[in-house]
Design a protein around this ligand. Structure first.
Ligand SMILES: [Fe+2]
Length: 297
């Protein structure tokens, strides 16, 4: 099969065909995907027939994998390892451990709702993430799309005065900041301690392209050393600018799509769907950024 690349948006995102991940891929294909990612930051590989084990193995070609933290179930107990056995698979679905649609009042629903805010995966971790890979196993008839924004393009488009203002700024990121905004997920003290905030520069150089990128997200709560409301206002302003339509590619899922994005230079969010009546089952794996450590808190 010949590998072909088709750009999906004037600024970024590309579809890659001619790669079948149900078999072991050679070095050439592995390299080709990395090259597409460096340039386009989002890669769509359609029609992939893979299970959790194959997704984990493929992701592992690009670095160590994050493991999914337990999320409290309906009755307050953490549930993992039932429907999904691999600890490296993040359950991006509206299903419970038995495969039934989550009840309206289930805390896991509130937790997942945070994914509808613009964010970049794992910015709240000390070791943040390079790529996330999301595979579509069941998709709803309408909605449940994923929007992506290129924060390199957004940075490039900022006025010089703003770029100068951002130089050297550091933001604090916390999963609990984003989870408090939509859905109102209330963490336990134990959960808070297990996932403390992380500090990252607001502008970081994206290694694959050598371009500067805004590193902001709904997880970013304030600017370190600034009055909270002032920092929050700046982050809000940057997020609004970086997600203007000209920077956004919207992905309408097809069954079997594997979409890879670079968390270091993109933002993403899920769009709503009829989650009380339709199933959306996507599985995510995430590569740990071993090169970049958060700054000391
Ligand atoms: Fe995400």
């Amino acid at each position: 099969m010949t590998i072909a690349v088709k750009q999906l948006h004037p600024l970024f995102a590309a579809e890659v065909t001619g790669i079948d991940l149900s078999r072991a891929i050679d070095r050439e294909a592995q390299r080709a995907i990395a090259d597409v990612m460096d340039r386009y930051a989002v890669a769509v590989l359609p029609g992939q027939r893979i299970d959790d084990a194959l997704q984990v193995a493929f992701t592992g070609l690009y670095g160590p994998l994050e493991t999914a933290p337990p999320v409290r179930g309906k009755h307050g107990t953490a549930t993992t390892g039932l429907r999904i056995r691999h600890k490296e698979i993040f359950d991006v679905s509206n299903l419970d451990e038995n495969g039934n649609i989550l009840d309206i009042d289930d805390q896991r629903r509130a937790y997942q709702q945070g994914n509808q805010l613009w964010h970049t995966d794992s910015s709240f971790r000390q070791k943040s993430a390079t790529w996330s890979l999301l595979h579509a196993r069941v998709i709803p008839p309408d909605g449940g799309d994923t929007d992506f924004a290129d924060t390199r393009a957004a940075y490039d488009a900022l006025p010089d005065a703003t770029k100068a203002r951002l130089d050297g700024l550091v933001a604090e990121h916390s999963i609990w900041h984003s989870r408090a905004q939509l859905g109102g997920y209330a963490p336990t003290e134990e959960e808070r301690k297990a996932r403390p905030p992380a500090h990252h520069p607001v502008v970081r150089r994206h290694p694959g392209s050598g371009r500067n990128a805004l590193y902001i997200a709904s997880h970013a709560s304030h600017i370190v050393g600034w009055p909270e409301d002032e920092g929050r206002a700046l982050l809000r302003e940057l997020l609004a600018f970086a997600t203007e339509p000209q920077f956004v590619y919207s992905h309408r899922w097809r069954l079997g799509d594997l979409v890879i994005w670079d968390n270091r230079c993109t933002l993403h969010r899920a769009t709503p769907f009829a989650s009380a009546t339709h199933v959306r089952d996507l599985r995510r794996t995430t590569v740990i950024d071993t090169r970049t450590e958060a700054m000391a808190n």
